[in-house]
Each structure stands twice: as structure tokens, then as C-alpha cells.
Design a protein around this ligand. Structure first.
Ligand SMILES: Nc1ncnc2c1ncn2[C@@H]1O[C@H](COP(=O)(O)OP(=O)(O)OP(=O)(O)O)[C@@H](O)[C@H]1O
Ligand SMILES: [Mg+2]
Length: 468
């Protein structure tokens, strides 16, 4: 794959699953063996082997520490002391066969051990065992006491063997290994439990990336854990993308529909104007109607462009004076500046000048088209907001329409051919929202008042950072 080529999701996925798979667009990665790739490619395996390594190291450290401690005063030192004690006791009675036999029998019964006494040449002198146990030799003694005369001459040896089966070194090691294996197996289960939600999430995100926007992640049992939060965030993201894509599709369909009727009318009017039989008056009427339709189409495209400017976060926020924005909008709409009702001092706001002017021009346009003209464009600071309001002397907005006029593509029953696509106020609402404000509409005793607010300069910084 060349650097200019795009990696398809399948290609990326396949590369991720193969040992040594790499992106040709990046620097070549270090070559790793297939075993290394197998051990590290999945979180579950990595956790499993990490647990195994920790258990192994813990076992090694524990056995070393136990060994060191037993050398220094643990059971090894204890055994040496026991052997010395037994050697001393037997040396006292060694030359007395009866006393020696009594002592051996007492040790065998009291300690439940088989006892073998050997002379200095290694010949067995005596065998004793606890009641019910056969007295046999003791080739691999648990304790071995050297019996010596007071002068130091070796008299013989006393050997003691456990009667009850004891765990030899090999068996103990096997038992420890078995315990470690069980712990490791349990660690594997834990690793699987920890990694499975992540695998599910990977599947869900991949499906969403491939266009299945209705896919949602199952929330893990511990919904408040990091994985639960991640699943929630992914679900929220998918829901937002799904809603946005649906809204875009709806908008596209509605806009196509809205453009078709004026275009069909333009075509009809042009044919009328081109008609050889049409008189000059009919032709100029057709041409001016074409102009009206083109103005409508231009306004619709303008609204869409303004809307997409917000969709793509292309807003250019600068410091503005609200009064200046309002007078610019009046001039743009061709309305006398006498309609401006604003305080003398500047009202600083931070916002996108083009979008705010578009919003005001839409309100002014509505007052002209639906309300019989602009009575006043009022600019006021109220608390932490700057409010823009356009008042008109028209018949007002029917009460049942008031709650709906800010919806996209909503046109009032009285709008007739005076209205456009019904996007104007929806755009005003979006622009106000993007500037930390809101919209409203109300009927006055003689006319209507429609307006929007934006956050003052001090508040705008917070709005901007919250939306980023
Ligand atoms: N000042 C007003 N007086 C009376 N009705 C109004 C006024 N402003 C808006 N409306 C009503 O609200 C409706 C929605 O307004 P909006 O600006 O969204 O759409 P439009 O003006 O019909 O079309 P567009 O603005 O897309 O060209 C209008 O169709 C109209 O019925
Ligand atoms: Mg409008």
C-alpha cells in the first residue's frame, strides 16, 4: 500500500491479526517472533501470562525466603538441636543394653517414630517401633543422632524415621506446583473476564465505523468501572452520530424537495419570457418573478451554508459590539437605522459576526415578510446575556404556531408564498445556542416580537471552551 492510499478497516483489522503485520506508511517496526506476537497481541493473553509470571516470581521469592529463614533458626536449626539432644541421651545409656532398649522404646512410643540403633561400624544393634507398627530398618532417617562417648569417640548412631507417611521433597514440590497451577488457572479466568468487555467494545466500535450506527455496547455488570464509563461514552457517541446522520439525511431530502419547486417555477417563467407571443409587460413580470425565486434559493443556500459552518466547527469567534452587529444587519436588510433601539455604550460580545448578522437578517426578513415591516430592532443587556429583539406591526403569530416556529422546515399557515423553506428561525436557534443563548417569540398588542440572546463577553469564553 502506498502512503497516499487509504487503509480500509478490513486491511487494518487483518494487519492487526497477523504476526509482523504493519502499516507501510509508518517506519518499519522492530521484528518480533511469532511467540512474542502470540503472547502480547491480546490483552487477555498478556494478563494471563503476566499473572503467571507474578505467581512464579512470588513462589520463587517465597521459597528462597523460607530457605534462608529455616537456615537461620527455623526447622533446620530445630532439627540439629533435636539430633544433639537425642545423641546425648543415648550416649548416657549406650553401654547399658537394657537402658538403651528402654530409651529407644520410649522414643518410639512417645514420638511415634521407628528407631534404629547402629554401632560405630554401621551394624544394626536394635530396632524399635510404636505399638502396631513393624520394626524395620531406617535407611532414610528423618533425624539422625550421632552417639559419642564423653571423650569424643564415636559409639554409634541413632536413626529415627516417621511412621506416618510424610511428604517427601518431590511430593511437596508437586503439591506446590498443583496449587500454583490452580491459582494460574483462576487468574486466566479473571483475565478473560477483564478483557471480554473490551473485545465486545472493539466489535461495537468496528461495526459503528463500518456504518452500523444502531450498534450499542452492552454495559458491563460494574457500570461505574472504567469499562462501564467507556461503554457509556461509546454508546452516547454512537447515538449522537446516528441522530446527526439521520438529521443530515432528513435535511438533504427536505432541501432537495424545497429546491425542486422554485427551480421548476423558474423554468416555467423562463419559457413564458421566451415565448414569442408574450408582450413586454408579461416578459418583465416573468423575469422579476425569476429574480424573486432566485433570491429565495439564494437565501436557502445561505442558511444551509451558515448551518454547515456550525456543523464543521468553522465559527470564527471575535470580540464584537452588539449594537454594531445590529446596525450592520439593518443596513444589509435595507432597513432604516432609525429602527435601532440600543444603549449608547458598547455591549461587548464574543461571536461569529457573519452568523450573528445572518440570524438578525432572518428576524428582520421575517418581520418584513410575515409582519408587515420592522417596527424596532432592540438590543439590551439583561444579566449575563445580550438580547436582540425584532418587533413588527403585523398580525402576530397564531398561538398554536408559536411553539413550532423554531422547528426546521416549519412554515406557518399564513406564510403562503411569502415564506421560504422554513429554515430561518431554526437557524437562528442554532446560532443562539452556539453563542450560549436562547430564542423566544411572543405576540404584542399590535404585532409580534421575535428575538434571541447571546452570552456576554465574560461568559463567552466558557461557552467557547465548553463547545470545543
Ligand atoms: N414576525 C413574524 N410574524 C408572523 N409570523 C412569523 C414571524 N416570524 C416567523 N413567523 C412564522 O414562522 C414561520 C417560520 O419562520 P421561518 O423564518 O423559520 O421560515 P420562513 O420565513 O417561512 O422561511 P425561510 O426563513 O426559510 O425563508 C414562518 O413561516 C411564519 O409563519
Ligand atoms: Mg424566515
Amino acid at each position: 500500500m502506498r502512503c497516499s492510499e487509504k487503509a480500509t478497516p478490513e486491511a487494518v483489522r487483518d494487519r492487526g491479526r497477523q504476526p509482523g503485520g504493519r502499516d507501510a506508511c509508518g517506519p518499519p517496526p522492530k521484528r518480533r517472533s511469532a511467540v512474542w506476537w502470540y503472547l502480547t497481541s491480546r490483552l487477555q493473553r498478556r494478563l494471563f501470562f503476566a499473572f503467571g509470571a507474578v505467581i512464579l516470581v512470588t513462589g520463587l521469592v517465597a521459597s528462597v525466603v523460607t530457605g534462608v529463614l529455616s537456615e537461620r533458626g527455623g526447622w533446620r536449626a530445630q532439627r540439629v538441636r533435636l539430633e544433639r539432644f537425642a545423641g546425648a541421651r543415648f550416649s548416657e545409656v549406650w553401654r547399658d543394653p537394657e537402658g538403651r532398649a528402654r530409651l529407644a522404646a520410649a522414643v518410639a512410643d512417645e514420638l511415634r517414630m521407628r528407631v534404629e540403633l547402629r554401632d560405630s561400624s554401621g551394624e544394626t544393634l536394635l530396632l524399635r517401633a510404636p505399638a502396631g507398627v513393624a520394626a524395620t530398618r531406617c535407611p532414610r532417617p528423618t533425624l539422625r543422632a550421632r552417639v559419642a562417648a564423653p571423650g569424643g569417640a564415636v559409639l554409634g548412631e541413632a536413626r529415627f524415621c516417621n511412621v506416618d507417611p510424610s511428604w517427601g521433597g518431590g511430593r511437596t514440590a508437586l503439591l506446590v506446583l498443583a496449587v500454583l497451577a490452580v491459582i494460574w488457572r483462576m487468574a486466566g479466568g479473571i483475565a478473560r473476564r477483564m478483557a471480554r468487555p473490551l473485545d465486545d467494545l472493539v466489535e461495537v466500535v468496528r461495526d459503528i465505523g463500518e456504518g452500523r450506527l444502531d450498534r450499542r455496547a452492552r454495559l458491563p455488570t460494574h457500570g461505574r468501572s472504567e469499562l462501564g464509563l467507556l461503554a457509556r461514552v461509546v454508546n452516547d457517541m454512537a447515538a449522537r452520530i446516528e441522530a446527526q446522520v439521520a438529521a443530515q439525511r432528513e435535511l438533504l431530502a427536505a432541501v432537495s424537495h424545497e429546491l425542486r419547486s422554485p427551480l421548476a417555477r423558474v423554468r416555467f417563467l423562463l419559457e413564458t419570457a421566451r415565448d414569442d407571443g408574450a408582450d413586454v409587460g408579461a416578459r418583465s413580470a416573468a423575469i422579476s418573478e425569476v429574480e424573486d425565486e432566485l433570491v429565495g434559493i439564494d437565501a436557502l443556500v445561505g442558511d444551509l451554508l451558515a448551518s454547515s459552518r456550525m456543523d464543521f466547527q468553522a465559527m470564527q469567534r471575535v470580540r464584537l459590539d452588539a449594537t454594531e452587529v445590529a446596525s450592520r444587519a439593518l443596513s444589509k436588510a435595507g432597513v432604516d437605522l432609525a429602527a435601532l433601539d440600543a444603549p449608547d455604550e458598547a455591549l461587548p460580545i464574543v461571536g461569529d459576526a457573519t452568523l450573528l448578522t445572518t440570524a438578525l437578517v432572518n428576524l428582520i426578513g421575517n418581520a418584513q415578510r410575515h409582519g408587515g415591516g420592522v417596527r424596532a430592532l432592540r438590543v439590551r443587556q439583561v444579566g449575563e446575556l445580550v438580547r436582540f429583539e425584532v418587533e413588527d406591526p403585523g398580525g402576530g403569530i397564531p398561538d398554536d404556531e408559536l411553539p413550532r416556529i423554531f422547528e426546521p422546515f416549519y412554515r406557518g399557515a399564513g406564510a403562503g408564498r411569502r415564506g421560504g423553506a422554513g429554515l430561518g428561525l431554526a437557524l437562528v436557534r442554532r446560532i443562539a445556542g452556539a453563542h450560549g443563548g436562547d430564542v423566544w417569540a411572543a405576540n404584542l398588542p399590535g404585532g409580534a416580537c421575535v428575538g434571541f440572546s447571546v452570552a456576554c463577553e465574560a461568559q463567552s469564553a466558557g461557552v467557547a471552551s465548553a463547545q470545543r
